[in-house]
Design a binder for this molecule. Sequence first.
Ligand code: THU
Length: 216
Amino acid sequence: MKPAVYKLCMNTEMIIKSNKEREIVCYASRLIYVKNKQISLPLYSKLTKRVMIRTNNISFSYTEYEKTEELESDDRELVIAAREAALNAYAPYSNFKVGAAIRLETGIIVQGANVENAAFPSGICAERSALSNSISNHPEDKPIALAIAAMTKEGLTDDFPAPCGNCRQVIAEEESRTGNKIKIILAGKNKTQIIDGISCLLPLQFKGKNLKINLP
Ligand code: THU
């Protein structure tokens, strides 16, 4: 007589209990084959594992001013310096001139503008231009605020010139290097947004510590 063939079979099922809780149910069943025919499928056992899912939320608040004149004097001065820097931009390809001004802890203001290139990726944004300037010339002086303004042929943009992803990453590196949060001032033609540090614009940052390198 040919012996019966037993096979163990595992099935998993996920039951969505709520948006915070899932239940993973694991059934082990026994399949019995006699002469290649499956003749029964009895329930063998049932294991249940509960998985708790946590949903986190990242949000940030910022301040908005209706008019440049309403800004505190230090911030207003920095916005004016950013607008002035935009005038020096070299942007023959986009005609989009961006200016950035950084206030250092000692009160020094450092400016930068976007510098484009016929080989497009060789160009540099105003924010990184200003940061290269401040780090090269004042490495010990920590940036405390950064204002950004932009203009087209029609003049200052109404929109807030938010820094691009590359610049956010570089601003984040500078905050990490100095251990100092940098206030970010986005200056439209009239309205201004003030953001308390780059973590708001770049949460969940990739940092030097992710490389497991001991920084100086
Ligand atoms: N640009 C900046 O200078 N900063 C930014 O954060 C975004 C873009 C420049 C790069 C380029 O010269 C021009 O704006 C159009 O993208």
